[in-house]
Design a protein around this ligand. Structure first.
Ligand SMILES: [Zn+2]
Length: 266
């Protein structure tokens, strides 16, 4: 058991171990009750569990990016130390000014967020092309939900993108959940692919298997907060038998390097 365990159980957070949650949301979501959906409440909860920074896409921007992305700008400007934003794309709306707006608010947005499964548009569809071309040229982060069995964002679609685009930093949200052997193969084959842990810990032993095959450098901590609870996810990580060094990389260092490649930004 690593040394973090006792302090975490007693205090709910570790003093010298900050956490970056690279996959968050915000706001109401139809048909679901989440007690902490507003930025003030979310910030309070982050304080309790030692989460320093949440990178989020507002729920509204998953469906109507024109409305939701504006809320992201407002929230990040109000809480610049607590939140950074993803610029969400809904490819069913052909918005010409996406890239322009992304660049205009570069203090707010750290990358793009794609939800091919929700929008029923496969990752390799031409409607995403201008976003991938732009992101590849500049080496920008793209977080896409990925699920093992999906025809929209499963392994086949993910590989089409990674074969073509070598400079984007593609975060595989949910790590191609359930297609674990493929997940490992993709990380071994493509340097610009990263795994994100939301939902991965619902299966025992998977994280241990992934780390034993590919190490911990390409794994990022994410929870879909406020859908899920930080204590549960951080506790699962502590319980997975990883080394302190591996935990530190996954919870903080890997995401920090990705978000702030020059080392500044804290
Ligand atoms: Zn998400």
């Amino acid at each position: 058991m690593n040394k973090y365990w006792n302090e975490f159980l007693k205090k709910g957070k570790i003093k010298n171990l900050p956490v970056i949650d690279i996959h968050c949301h915000m706001g109401f979501f139809y048909g679901s009750h989440m007690p902490y959906t507003e930025p003030e409440k979310m910030a309070e909860r982050m304080e309790i569990s030692g989460v320093k920074l949440c990178v989020f896409a507002h729920h509204y921007s998953l469906f109507d990016p024109e409305i939701g992305n504006k809320i992201v700008i407002e929230v990040v400007r109000r809480f610049p130390d607590k939140f950074k934003g993803y610029f969400s794309i809904n490819p069913n709306y052909n918005l010409k000014d996406n890239i322009e707006n992304f660049e205009k608010y570069n203090d707010v947005f750290v990358g793009f967020k794609l939800l091919p499964d929700y929008h029923k548009v496969p990752l390799s569809d031409r409607r995403y092309k201008n976003i991938f071309d732009f992101a590849d040229e500049k080496g920008i982060i793209i977080l896409s939900h990925t699920w093992g069995g999906s025809i929209y964002n499963g392994p086949i679609e993910v590989e089409k993108i990674l074969k073509k685009y070598k400079k984007i930093k593609l975060i595989l949200g949910h790590s191609l959940h359930s297609a674990w052997d493929k997940t490992i193969e993709i990380i071994k084959n493509y340097e610009n692919a990263y795994l994100e842990l939301c939902a991965v810990m619902d299966e025992r032993g998977v994280l241990e298997k992934i780390v034993s095959e590919i190490g911990s450098d390409k794994i990022l901590f994410g929870t879909d907060f406020p859908w899920f609870n930080h204590h549960y996810y951080i506790g699962s990580l502590f319980g997975a038998g990883l080394s302190e060094n591996e935990i530190r990389k996954i919870l903080y260092l890997n995401s920090f390097k990705l978000l702030f490649p020059t080392g500044k930004g804290e």
